[in-house]
Ligand binder design. Sequence first.
Ligand code: ADP
Ligand code: MG
Length: 261
Amino acid sequence: MNDFLTVKDIQMIYQTPAEETMAVKNVSFSAEKGQFVSIVGPSGCGKSTILSCMAGLRQQQAGQIYLEGRQIQHSRDRIGYMLQSDNLMPWRSVWRNVTLGLEIKKKLDDENCSYAQQLLEKYDLWQFKDSFPSQLSGGMRQRVALIRTLALKPEVLLLDEAFSALDYQTRVKVSCDVYEILRRENKTIVMVTHDIPEAVSMSDRVIILSKRPAVVQKVVDIQLGAREDNPVKRRTHPNFQNYFNSIWRELMYDEKGGIIS
Ligand code: ADP
Ligand code: MG
C-alpha cells in the first residue's frame, strides 16, 4: 500500500430506536503525503460521518482506514480535526486557547510551547496572544483555531466545512491563509466542503460523493499551476472553470441529464 492515507470500503449505519439510517454505503479513496483532498457531495450524504470515522470519533461498521499501513485507531495523535465553529473558549486568551490541546494532552512542555509561539509569530498573531476571542475578527479566530490544532503537530488535518461560518470575502481570504500555512507545514489534508470553487481552488484531488448513502461517484485530480500558487491565483487559471463545470455537472445531473432532486 503506497498511499499515505487510505480509506477502504467504509460503511456506516446509524441506529436509533425508531430507525436505521445508512449514511455511508461504500467509500474508498486515498491521499498521498502532503496532498490536499476535498470531499464534496449533497447535503446529508455522509461527508461529516466519513470525517468523524477518520478522526476516530465514530467506528464504521465495515471497512478500514489506514495511515501508512496501520489502522488509524492506533494513530490518533497524528490526526487533527477542525470544525466549522472555531470552538474557542471566550474566557481564555489567545495563548491559553492555543495551548489548550497541549494542556489537555499533558504536553505543555517548553518545546511544545515554543513551537506554539513560533506558529503565532509566523502567522502574525503573537501580538494578540493576550487578547480574548471576542476582540478578534472571524478570520483571526479561525486562524487561532488552526494554530491550536497545529500546536499538537498532527500530520493529517481533517477540516469539516471549516470556513462556512465566515462571510464570503473573509472566507476566501482565510482559506488562502490556511492553505498557505498547511502547504508550508507540509500537512496532508482531507477537507469537506459544499463550496465547489473552494474545493477546486485548494485541492489536488476532489472526491465527489453520491447522495445518501454515500458512494464515490467520481474522483477528479486537479492541476492548476504551481504548488506554491495560492487559491486566489488558482481561481484565475484558465482551467479553473472547466474543473468547476465538470464537478457541478456531476453533482447536479443524473445520467439522463435530469436534475438530481
Ligand atoms: P453531511 O455531512 O454530508 O451533510 P452527515 O454525515 O452529517 O452528512 O449525515 C449523513 C446522514 O446520517 C444524514 O441523513 C444524517 O441525518 C444521518 N446522521 C448523522 N449523524 C447521525 C446520528 N448521530 N444519528 C443518526 N443519524 C445521523
Ligand atoms: Mg456535514
